[in-house]
Design a protein around this ligand. Sequence first.
Ligand SMILES: [Fe+2]
Ligand SMILES: [Fe+2]
Length: 157
Amino acid sequence: MNDQLKVELQSAYAYLGMAAYCETISLGGFATWLRRQAEEEYDHAMRFYNFVNDRQGEVELSALEAPATKYKSPLAVFEKAFEQEQSVTAAIDKLYELVNDEKDFASQAWLDWFVTEQVEEEKTVALIVDKLKMIGDRGEALFILDKELGSRSETES
Ligand SMILES: [Fe+2]
Ligand SMILES: [Fe+2]
């Protein structure tokens, strides 16, 4: 659980790095979306933090790696994000398998939310990858997508 807490924090940090890159190329809408995503990953981390405490465990916090803040293009950002979500899914699946082997049914039931959430996460990011491929180097289309992503609200996941 502590390992997954770190995975979620590392993921938040990576999204923040992606947001920082998008700021440098004046894609403020992309940056807003990625910052929201970073906040969401932080919320995921805090779910683990709370769960460890709720189960009378001890939270352990370890060092994070510095995230990339330089990318080749917005497409490269979202391809990386997709790869990252796939590896988070693999980590959740591994944890799920472990609690199942341990017959820790409370943790298993609690992890169900994450199993479902990862389907949504991969789907959302894959959709943006597809849109960016469709756009290619058409600036007007990128401008429209930037506006669309920038409208992501606080409550939207
Ligand atoms: Fe997450
Ligand atoms: Fe995620």
